[in-house]
Design a protein around this ligand. Structure first.
Ligand code: GNR
Ligand code: NI
Length: 167
């Protein structure tokens, strides 16, 4: 297993649209292991392959307190979504930035698991927010791009300032 480096906003590679996984094989399963190790070490509650510069439609999530409930979604699709919820989000690719983002409140998702078997799942609360956040990464979108232009500019200047004068 290997911990992978995480791309940091505004890295243009975060804007890549990920391709569908055509076949779930051992190479994909190794990538999933590396992604989970990276997510747990960060620590984060989710990670999209895009963030480790692999542009395939794979996400891993663990919303449990015990950090032992890994969920893998390959080629995820939202079948249905209801309601609206504003939740404060953070992102491993935008460290130290937390902002409220508008999301659907509940979602129903279809995906393949690490064995290539299809499954469906309903989610609400943090898991629902997290799945939507990760699916945005697969479309090349980072959560700060859902904010107003002014907020995004402020975040960008904070990031640039931090790069000039590291803590
Ligand atoms: O670790 C993470 N926490 C989080 C908190 C609120 C909403 C979304 C997230 S996902 C984030 C990890 C990450 O960047 N995934 O892409
Ligand atoms: Ni993120």
């Amino acid at each position: 297993m290997a911990k992978l480096p995480i791309l940091l906003y505004p890295d243009p590679r975060l804007h890549t649209v990920a391709a569908k996984v055509s076949h779930v094989d051992d190479k994909i399963r190794q990538l999933i292991k590396d992604m989970s190790e990276t997510m747990y070490a960060a620590p984060g509650v989710g990670l999209a392959a895009t963030q480790v510069d692999v542009h395939l439609r794979i996400i891993v999530i663990d919303n449990s307190d015990t950090r032992d409930q890994l969920r893998v979604f390959i080629n995820p699709e939202i079948l249905e979504s209801t309601g609206k919820a504003d939740c404060e989000e953070g992102c491993l690719s935008v460290p130290g930035v937390y902002e409220k983002v508008a999301r659907a409140q509940t979602i129903r998702v279809r995906a393949l698991d690490a064995n290539g078997e299809p499954f469906e799942l309903s989610a609400e609360g943090l898991p629902a927010v997290c799945i939507q956040h990760e699916m945005d990464h697969l479309e090349g979108k980072v959560f700060v791009e859902k904010l107003s232009r002014l907020k995004r500019q402020r975040i960008l200047s904070r990031i640039k300032k931090r790069q000039r004068e590291p803590a």
